[in-house]
Design a protein around this ligand. Structure first.
Ligand code: ATR
Length: 271
């Protein structure tokens, strides 16, 4: 009998990662003999870990802070990985490792699932310029969507706008920008339990607009509640978290796993 396939998430800290719950749910559902470990690798040990990953017993890994950039230096990168210089999913490719950043593609899959009419409607406005905003803005730009960025710290907005060939919108000019926005994405931490509120008036948005929030705790943020009350298509942040995980699963086990209500319930029970 062969040993179970071993995969996992590499980070520091990694104790609180919810990825094992997602993968164990799929292992049970599809009868796959595998284990998904939390692999704690200290920041100073990242280089050595990824340099020798291909020689280990791991079939592949997800990567979280602080190792996404070092992982990218030890893998054959796809387009998204090359553009971002940081990856969160690695798999075996011959004798070496290959990798991608699955957050952006996970976000697009989540939009397609929860608001399929979003495509072809017009420009996106991304609020925020941190790691999550970079992945989302990059994925949208790669799909040919015109991207605008607004961020409290405008220098970071400028940096991201340059990366995605987009425009900066000053934080205090949001109302004007909303009138020309087909897809509004909150990629700041505002609206998350314990953070401040995202104070934004959605009334200038066109009627066909879609509103997406990357915050998933609470699942229905004040922004999404307001968007739904106004009749906009609304996309919650849990979708991105779950769909980004499907990318590794597909690479390691050769099939696309389902993101359905049962999996959403499993994850929600952990909050
Ligand atoms: P992540 O990796 O999840 O994107 P992050 O890199 O810490 O997290 O980014 C958090 C984002 O939320 C940033 O865009 C941040 O704005 P700054 O670049 O100005 O820090 C934004 N953010 C956090 N608190 C905020 C607040 N009170 N008002 C406006 N934006 C805020």
């Amino acid at each position: 009998m062969s040993a179970p396939k071993r995969v996992g998430v590499v980070g520091y800290p990694v104790k609180h990662s919810r990825s094992p719950m997602i993968f164990e749910h799929w292992f049970g559902r599809y009868g796959i003999d595998a284990r998904y470990d939390r692999i704690e690798v200290k920041p100073e040990d990242g280089e050595a870990f990824f340099a020798t990953l291909a020689d280990s017993d791991l079939a592949g890994v997800n990567v979280t802070m602080p190792h996404k950039a070092v992982a990218a230096r030890h893998a054959k990168l796809d387009d998204a990985g090359r553009r971002l210089g940081a990856i969160n999913t690695l798999w075996r490719d011959g004798a070496a490792m290959a990798g991608t950043s699955s957050d952006g593609s996970g976000f697009l899959k989540s939009l397609d699932a929860q608001a399929p009419a979003w495509r072809g409607r017009g420009a996106a406005l991304v609020l925020g310029a941190g790691g999550a905003a970079v992945s989302v803005a990059d994925a949208l730009a790669a799909e040919g969507v015109a991207v605008r960025i607004a961020n409290r710290t405008e220098a970071k907005a400028k940096e991201l706008a340059d990366l995605v060939d987009g425009e900066v919108v000053a934080w205090d000019r949001l109302p004007d920008a909303l009138a020309e926005t087909a897809l509004l994405v909150n990629a700041t931490s505002l609206g998350m339990t314990g953070s401040g509120p995202l104070d934004i008036d959605l009334s200038p948005l066109p009627a066909q607009a879609t509103v997406a929030d990357l915050v998933y705790y609470p699942l229905e943020t004040p922004l999404l509640r307001d968007a739904r009350a106004r009749g906009f298509a609304a996309v919650d942040g849990l979708g991105m978290l779950l769909y980004q995980a499907t990318v590794g699963f597909e690479r390691w086990f050769g099939m696309e796993p389902a993101v359905d209500d049962e999996l959403r319930r499993v994850l929600l029970a952990t909050f």
